[in-house]
Design a protein around this ligand. Structure first.
Ligand SMILES: [Zn+2]
Length: 201
């Protein structure tokens, strides 16, 4: 279904003749890209599909749909030596299999607003990474300060060195998540520990 040369493949199967594999590989890759293209420009803060969030903020750029080489590259955390706890946290964060309130709001009765600070902002990836005013996150950002060196507009809490951002663009979220450094993954994991501990729903 959805393949450009679907009839050709069907006829090959009916006639028990070999499939044109090179065409099939490109077709399959094109179909996969089409799923992402449908979500181009979708705002992850308002779109209900998990895939929209992944596409906007997490997904690596797609490779050309040719028959050679991989069409996709694995996110780097899958290749690093990280503990099972950290790996699980990052996978949950990436796949929106977490309990941030943007997610639990789809099956619990609440307004998805962050309950850890008084910003009255939706508690999603953008909020927890950059905007949340809660002290745990502000101090966590301080511990991983070098991960935020590329982003302007931080506000410090007194002279503690802890900080949050007043405003941040959606593209900045993607830039941060595509850093894929060892330390940026540790930061994501500790963020999950703060917001999504087991039973913290
Ligand atoms: Zn907050």
């Amino acid at each position: 279904m959805g393949l450009r040369a679907a009839d050709t493949y069907a006829n090959c199967i009916k006639a028990a003749t070999p499939l044109p594999l090179q065409d099939l590989v490109v077709d399959l890759r094109e179909r996969l890209r089409a799923v992402c293209r449908e979500l181009d420009g979708a705002d992850p803060r308002t779109h209900t599909q998990k895939l929209a969030t992944y596409h906007a903020w997490m997904a690596l750029p797609l490779k050309p749909s040719n028959v050679r080489g991989p069409s996709h590259v694995l996110l780097r955390y899958l290749e690093l030596e990280l503990s099972r706890h950290v790996l699980r946290n990052i996978a949950r964060f990436c796949l929106r299999a977490h309990t941030l309130r943007v997610e639990t709001g789809s099956w619990q009765s609440h307004n998805r607003i962050c309950d850890k600070c008084d910003l009255h902002d939706v508690q999603d990836k953008k909020h927890v990474l950059f905007l949340c005013l809660c002290l745990e996150m502000c101090y966590l950002r301080r511990r991983f300060e070098e991960q935020f060196a590329d982003f302007a507009g931080r506000t410090h809490i007194g002279d503690t060195g802890a900080f949050y951002f007043d405003n941040i663009g959606a593209e900045d979220v993607k830039l941060f998540l595509l850093k894929q450094t060892y330390k940026s993954f540790l930061f994501l994991s500790e963020t999950m520990d703060i917001f999504c501990r087991a039973g913290n729903v």
